[in-house]
Design a protein around this ligand. Structure first.
Ligand code: URA
Length: 212
């Protein structure tokens, strides 16, 4: 597993406002959207393209185009939904699958309550959206499912990660032999006893959508 922590003052600036408890939901949603587009730029560095010839108004030119099969973007509900628009703005031709996962706040175990994904992901590049890589359980389960369906590689885009979650993810993916990259705006200090990232930004789903 490869972890890429972005190093850019604009990303750091937006992340700081996200962390601030006084940032309201509309501003939080807008900042998540903007941050994801910036992270997506880094996350799609290895997206597959093929050479193509075009005619400019002046002369022939050689360029590249994204190739089939289309990349698949998979937001993990609920909080990953807040990252979807920012991602597809950069990859408008991508297809979108959905995974609904919920964490038991007592045991911190993740369980899946909804799946809407192609059965066959052979040769597909997959981009998983999950804002908080905390214990790593949710992301590990999601990536295993994509691997079982034949994904070619998986890139997870997370706003923040905890060291414990990155270590657990790496350990649980070791047997998969699947190229996995995590792109994140920051690796924080630790997890607290409730499985929250410290200092983190609180509950990303609640800050995006309220406490329903
Ligand atoms: N999920 C969140 O929304 N925040 C955390 O800090 C950990 C898990």
């Amino acid at each position: 597993m490869r972890t890429h922590v972005t190093d850019h003052p604009l990303i750091a600036h937006k992340l700081t406002t996200l962390r601030d408890r006084s940032t309201d939901s509309p501003t939080f949603r807008r900042l998540v959207d903007e941050l994801v587009t910036l992270l997506a730029y880094e996350a799609t560095r290895d997206v597959r393209v093929a050479p193509v010839d075009v005619e400019t108004p002046v002369a022939p030119a050689r360029g590249v185009r994204l190739i089939a099969p289309k990349p698949l973007v998979v937001p993990i509900l609920r909080a990953g939904l807040g990252m979807l628009d920012g991602m597809v703005r950069l990859l408008p031709t991508a297809e979108v699958g959905f995974l609904g996962m919920v964490r038991d706040e007592g045991t911190l175990m993740a369980s899946m309550y909804a799946t809407r994904l192609p059965d066959d992901l052979s040769n597909r590049q997959c981009y998983v959206l999950d804002p908080m890589l905390a214990t790593g359980g949710t992301l590990a389960a999601a990536i295993k499912l994509l691997a079982d369906r034949g994904a070619r590689d998986v890139t997870a885009i997370c706003l923040l990660a905890a060291p414990e979650g990155l270590a657990r993810l790496e350990e649980s993916l070791a047997e998969l032999h699947l190229p996995v990259t995590v792109v994140t705006a920051g690796v924080d200090e630790r997890l607290n006893e409730h499985g929250y990232i410290v200092p983190g930004l609180g509950d990303a789903g609640d800050r995006l959508y309220g406490t329903v």
